[in-house]
Design a protein around this ligand. Structure first.
Ligand code: NAI
Ligand code: MG
Length: 492
């Protein structure tokens, strides 16, 4: 279709967006490129150099040289000042950054525009942590004439492998702690949405981040990603993505025993009791699943509803979904954009078929939307779901909600915990005792009570079970980029 929007963008000029290695824009060693697709139209927005194992080697070498060079002499105060300067530089170019992400992965402007505050908070929070690193002194606890201290040093070269569902945010979970602690970074974005990471590299470079400290190498997971995960000179991998790939990352990390953090998929339960504020719960439960067209790791995709209110409540949630405006991501009116890729459209559509075969009752949605060649699906709700159906067990990563009735708190908890995943969860009730009981008993890293999906860079973000391990957000996330070292002293 002839898009009615202006796709001109200062970053989308020239023939090919290159790799950013050692402070320079370079072609892939192979000379290959790939099309970066705009999912609102299903058309290429620009070509990007296709990084491979050789390029990962070059980037790791640049990161190692930077780690051992001048960067290692920067004080925490220097790094904090740099981060604050970088935050201002990002703010000046924020609108271009948000628009680029919108074109690249399909989150509407209404969503990407909200990230201005989040980016500022994340940079400023981690900037504060640059000054907040300290070790331990062991004096009284040590026998004889000895004393020991442990101090914290940056872990070294970090590899980040991130997905396409929100790179503007996900990249910060690696960039900010890298800068705060004095590590260096090789970032491999997903092929589906590499542009905001490349633009971020440009902004950071111009703001004074030294060459080699942040390197960005877009490329395929099985080649470029695998090379980074298995690399002998990478000290830590920060991975966000699917559980299947997370397992491969952990296996690859055995090459040199590198440290790993994996933030993986989910099938998060959202439990609504009859005594909840049902207006708030209906909107909350709908958006827990539909936000970002369902492409959120902690999306509340299994909705457990007390049987006495089940039919009415599920209809209310569906009505919230029907009213959401789905459309091209650059449209100011769109509340939900397309799925990020043809592969995701095929995947989500296949689950519509699975739901039919398994006998779930369609309440709303359930068919792709024909909007000008893009990868669109509507908010979709299935009722009459049982927890053993595939739509209740498998991460779909689309706006597909499986609504399941329950009779008692014990039953709700048993069903909620009957999953391999453990990322998010929600509980809606006015009974404060019950809220805390359930929040403690849900086996996930995070639970939201009478709300869903609130996050803050200063607060621990964590999964458990097959949603992975490793902390993002808060002081423990900084620790993940630091290694303790102990020194003994003979006082005799
Ligand atoms: P993925 O987990 O394979 O991709 C995430 C990142 O890992 C990308 O940068 C990719 O290039 C890289 N990667 C892929 N294979 C790799 C390998 N062997 N070694 C190193 N890196 C590798 O996810 P994909 O294929 O993009 O999406 C498939 C499904 O995964 C989605 O439908 C969704 O269910 C789930 N997913 C979950 C996410 C979450 O945040 N929970 C994010 C992205 C995907
Ligand atoms: Mg794209």
């Amino acid at each position: 279709m002839n898009a009615p929007f202006d796709y001109a963008h200062p970053f989308l000029t020239g023939d090919v967006k290159k790799l950013f290695i050692g402070g320079e824009w370079v072609d892939a060693s192979s000379g290959e490129t790939f099309d970066c697709i705009d999912p609102s139209r299903g058309l290429a927005a620009i070509k990007v150099s296709r990084g491979g194992p050789e390029d990962i080697d070059r980037a790791v070498a640049a990161a190692r040289a930077a780690f051992e060079g001048e960067w290692s002499k920067w004080t925490p105060f220097d790094r904090q000042a740099l981060m604050l300067k970088a935050a201002e530089a990002i703010d000046r170019r924020f609108e271009d950054l948000a628009r680029l992400e919108t074109i690249d992965m399909g989150a509407p402007l209404a969503r990407t525009g909200l990230f201005r505050r989040w980016i500022q908070q994340t940079f400023r929070y981690y900037a504060s942590q640059a000054m907040n690193t300290r070790g331990d002194i062991f004096s009284n606890s040590v026998p004889g004439n000895f004393m020991a201290y442990s101090h914290k040093a940056p872990v070294g070269v970090v590899g980040a492998i991130i997905p396409w569902n929100g790179p503007m945010i996900t990249q910060l979970w690696s960039i900010c702690p890298t800068l705060a602690t004095g590590c260096t970074l090789v970032l491999k974005p997903a092929e589906e949405a590499p542009l905001s990471t490349l633009m971020m590299a440009e902004i950071l470079h111009e703001a004074g981040v030294p060459a080699g400290v942040i390197n960005v190498v877009p490329g395929p997971g099985p080649t470029a990603g695998a090379a980074l995960a298995g690399h002998m000179d990478v000290n830590k991998i920060n991975f966000t993505g699917s559980t299947v790939t997370g397992r491969k990352i952990i296996e690859a990390s055995a090459s040199n025993m590198k440290r790993v953090a994996v933030e993986l998929g989910g099938k998060s339960p959202d439990i609504v009791f009859a005594d909840a504020d049902l207006d708030a719960a209906a909107t909350g439960a709908a958006m827990a699943c539909f936000t970002n067209t369902g492409q959120v790791c902690f999306a509340g995709t299994r909705l457990f509803v007390e049987r006495s209110i089940y039919d009415d409540f599920v209809e209310r949630v569906a009505e919230v979904g029907r009213k959401l405006k789905v459309g091209p991501a650059l449209s100011e009116e769109s509340q939900l954009g397309p799925l990020a890729s043809q592969a995701q459209l095929d995947r989500v559509t296949s689950y519509f078929q699975v739901a039919r075969e398994d006998g779930a009752r369609l309440v709303t949605g359930g068919e792709p939307l024909d909007i000008g060649g893009g990868f669109f699906v509507p908010p979709t709700v299935y009722a009459g779901v049982t927890n053993d159906m595939r739509i209740a067990r498998e991460e779909i990563f689309g706006p597909v909600l499986a609504a399941i009735p329950f009779d008692t708190e014990e039953e709700a908890l048993a069903l909620a915990n009957d999953t391999i995943y453990g990322l998010g969860g929600g509980v809606w009730s006015r009974d404060v005792g019950r809220v805390h009981r359930v929040a403690h008993a849900i086996r996930t890293g995070m639970v939201w009570t009478n709300c869903y999906g609130v996050t803050d860079p200063a607060v621990t973000f964590i999964g458990t079970r097959q949603s992975g391990y490793g902390v993002k957000g808060g002081p423990y996330a900084v620790d993940e980029f630091l290694a303790a070292k102990t020194v003994w002293m003979n006082l005799a």
